[in-house]
Design a protein around this ligand. Structure first.
Ligand code: GLA
Length: 723
């Protein structure tokens, strides 16, 4: 598993989840020196991927739980769903396909239980379906999952893959040893260059996916490693793994945004046929909304990223199929000009990206990163067009076509993207582009009063205009429908509406009110546009326990051991009890006193933080947290006092397993020597801990509420005011 800190983990030899397996492998396999001749570093690997690779990989959804049926079942679904015919043609078996050791001749061996007919059979079946055969290996001593790596076996492994008629090799970079006298970067370079040369020597065209840059993310050599990856291979993973299928929707969305954010800045390092790879498409995984999976698909396409689905294709929802199979969006990704789009404008909670296309059009994505709907507006000039006063906007998802005199705008729901294909030209038969914009004009006397504006961005005016409003059950909207004045080109007509909300339950309630404007657009006839308004209501939870949303402790007899870490593992309730943490127990440590959750094992006992607001009262020096962390992050806590003032503090914990550090100033409260996994209690030679940490309080003030960090990797079991 590659996390932003994977490099540090690798060298510090600590890790969790699949990293723990990595460690097992590291310990078992002595680092070997490289015996191969240095590769010809001047050789440019052939352009075997003229457009970004497309296909399917098992990893994010299945991790190591794969076998022949998983791979071939998904391959069949790729074909029967029609996705293969749309370009998703490469099926890659990721880590864990082999046995733990090579055979007596030093060859890699397919796991005989998972793959009883061997990987070459899998490849032959894929080829018979008209698909391409992708396989995973690692450049180091072991794969990230602890299976034999290819160090010192480059030619042998490349020859084996060629013999098996492999078409695509993903070469990971876990456990690449640093050779004496070399830097890490040099050793990776040697190893990947040797592999590249070995693949060339086979004479078989195999697309080469290089993972080296991911092990240098944000370090001083990152760009350099990407530079030579573009020489030795066709595409490269340059950063953190995307969230696994088992992680929470919040964690997945935050992971998608994170991978987007590092990838979008790397456009300079990409060229046609050489692709930045921000990891898998998650469309199909439960939990993400249609807007979120569409956002990923649209952003990845504008970034000319590989489109590699990693989900259970045999149970693909209609939404996921529509998102993955949108030919117009795929065409943006696969455009023959082969250039990654760039951010051309950024504002409060949004990015605008533009990608030049081969026929002179541009793909323009209006990405609303925020949690509230907003109208995002840019111009054709900003998107990269020269002069011009008429442009056609095709919304590649709704297929709605409009015409603008230069402003490119859309009403974009939270987490959504509007992706336009923009071309110069257009005539009066194309209806004008329009937007609906909401403006809050509430006053103390008139709460919930808004101005709704209909703006005409095209060259012809709008007549016979009206706006109708829809709201969720329990809301009132006054008036529900209103006529507007005629709208001249470039102008806005407005109406006032008042909204009242039903009483909300504790927690965060997000409501969407939609205004739909109908109008006649001259010769283009009738058309309409909708603009959403997001209203977020936060009612504090009376206690932390009311906000519990995650199972952190399960009995060892439980066959479904929770999912504390997004990898289907949790604390052992038996081990916690032995350490003193029974339901409702008082836990005293580090000068702090907490109450362990009263929740029974296997029921929610902690908050996976997402900005929840919790009532708490008291005065003291510090606010104390009992918790843990599963992703190497910290987040901000906001304390609100009874006088309305606030204070903030940073809360972080070391990782729940393996970390004995005092990172973020945390201290250990409980230590256990095993955890629960789907395969039963497990001890990977590391410890599992619960920590305490504090954030300061303002002296003399009384706490009213605490806002937890918005950081799903942070888990909180208990809160207390330290007197
Ligand atoms: C790394 C890679 C993942 C996957 C796993 C397999 O974490 O980044 O995509 O291949 O290894 O162990």
């Amino acid at each position: 598993m590659i996390s932003p800190l994977a490099r540090r983990l690798r060298t510090a030899a600590v890790g969790c989840g699949s990293l723990a397996l990595t460690l097992a492998g590291l310990v078992a396999a002595a680092p070997a020196g490289s015996a191969a001749a240095p590769a010809d570093t001047a050789t440019q690997y052939p352009n075997y991927a003229p457009t970004p690779p497309m296909g399917w990989n098992d990893w994010s959804y299945y991790q190591c739980n794969i076998d022949e049926n998983t791979i071939l079942g998904n391959a069949r679904a790729l074909v029967s769903s029609g996705l293969a015919a749309k370009g998703y043609d490469t099926v890659t078996t990721d880590d864990c396909w082999m046995t733990r050791s090579r055979d007596s001749s030093g060859n890699l061996v397919s796991d005989p239980v998972k793959f009883p007919h061997g990987m070459d059979y899998v490849g032959a079946q894929l080829h018979a379906m008209g698909l391409k055969f992708g396989i995973y290996e690692d450049a180091g001593t072991t794969t990230c999952g602890g299976y034999p790596g290819s160090l010192d076996h480059w030619q042998q492994d490349a020859d084996l893959f060629a013999k098996w008629s492999v078409d695509y090799v993903k070469l990971d970079g876990c456990n690449v040893p640093t050779k004496p006298g070399e830097t890490d970067e040099q050793s990776y370079h040697d190893t990947y260059s040797a592999w590249s040369q070995a693949m060339l020597n086979t004479g078989r065209p195999m697309v080469f996916s290089v993972s080296a840059p991911a092990y240098f993310q944000d370090g001083p050599d990152w760009d350099k490693v990407i530079g030579w990856s573009a020489q030795v291979g066709n595409l490269w993973r340059e950063g953190a793994d995307v969230a696994l299928g088992q992680e929470s929707p919040a964690a997945k969305w935050s992971s998608l945004k994170y991978n987007y954010a590092y990838n979008v800045d790397l456009a300079d390092l990409q060229s046609p046929g050489r692709w930045n790879d921000p990891d898998f498409l998650l469309a199909g995984d439960s939990g993400l909304t249609r807007d979120e999976i569409q956002s990923q698909m649209s952003l990845w396409s504008v970034m000319a990223a590989p489109l590699i689905s990693s989900t259970d294709l045999t149970h693909l929802s209609a939404d996921a199929l529509a998102v993955l199979g949108n030919r117009d969006v795929i065409a943006v990704d696969q455009d023959p000009k082969g250039l990654q789009g760039r951010i051309v404008q950024q504002g409060d909670g949004y990015d605008v990206l533009s990608k030049p296309l081969a026929n002179g059009d541009r793909a323009v994505a209006l990405f609303n990163k925020s949690d509230s709907a907003q109208t995002i507006s840019t111009s054709a000039a900003t998107a990269g067009f020269g002069h011009g006063s008429s442009f056609v906007l095709k919304d590649l998802v709704t297929k709605h076509v409009t015409r603008t005199t230069g402003t490119i705008a859309a009403d974009v729901p939270p987490h959504a993207n509007v992706l336009y294909r923009v071309s110069a030209g257009g005539d009066v038969s194309v209806p004008p582009a329009t937007t609906v914009t909401w403006k809050d004009v509430s006053t103390a006397d008139h709460p919930g009063t808004y101005t709704v504006g209909l703006t005409d961005l095209g060259p012809t005016g709008l007549s016979d205009t009206s706006v109708s409003l829809t709201a969720p059950a329990g809301w009132t909207v006054t008036p529900a429908s209103v006529r507007l004045n005629r709208v001249a080109p470039g102008k806005t007509a407005t109406a006032k509406v008042t909204l009242t909300a039903p009483e909300a339950a504790p927690g965060t309630t997000v409501s969407t009110i939609t205004a739909t404007a109908h109008y006649v657009a001259g010769p283009a006839g009738r058309d309409s546009v909708s603009g959403p308004l997001t209203i977020t209501t936060v009612v504090p939870y009376p206690t932390l326990a009311d906000a519990f949303n995650n199972v952190g402790a399960t009995l060892e007899s439980d066959t479904a051991p929770g999912n504390l870490d997004g990898d289907s593992n949790s604390y052992s309730a038996d081990a916690l009890a032995a350490a003193g943490a029974t339901p409702g127990a008082t836990i005293t440590a580090n000068g702090l006193t907490f109450t362990w959750p009263t929740a029974a094992p296997g029921t929610p006992d902690n908050v996976e933080t997402g900005g929840q607001v919790v009532e708490l009262t008291g005065q003291g020096d510090a606010l104390a947290f009992l918790g843990t962390e599963t992703g190497f992050t910290s987040g901000q806590v906001v304390v609100t006092y009874t006088d309305g003032t606030t204070s903030t503090g940073t809360l972080g914990f070391p990782n729940w397993c393996c970390s004995t550090t005092t990172d973020y100033g945390a201290q250990t409260v409980l230590t256990m020597d095993h955890r629960n996994t789907p395969a039963g209690p497990a001890n990977f030679g590391v410890s599992y801990r619960v920590f305490s940490n504090t954030v300061p309080l303002t002296a003399g003030k009384t706490v009213r509420t605490v806002t937890l960090p918005n950081q799903p990797a942070i888990h909180v079991f208990a809160l207390a005011v330290k007197p």
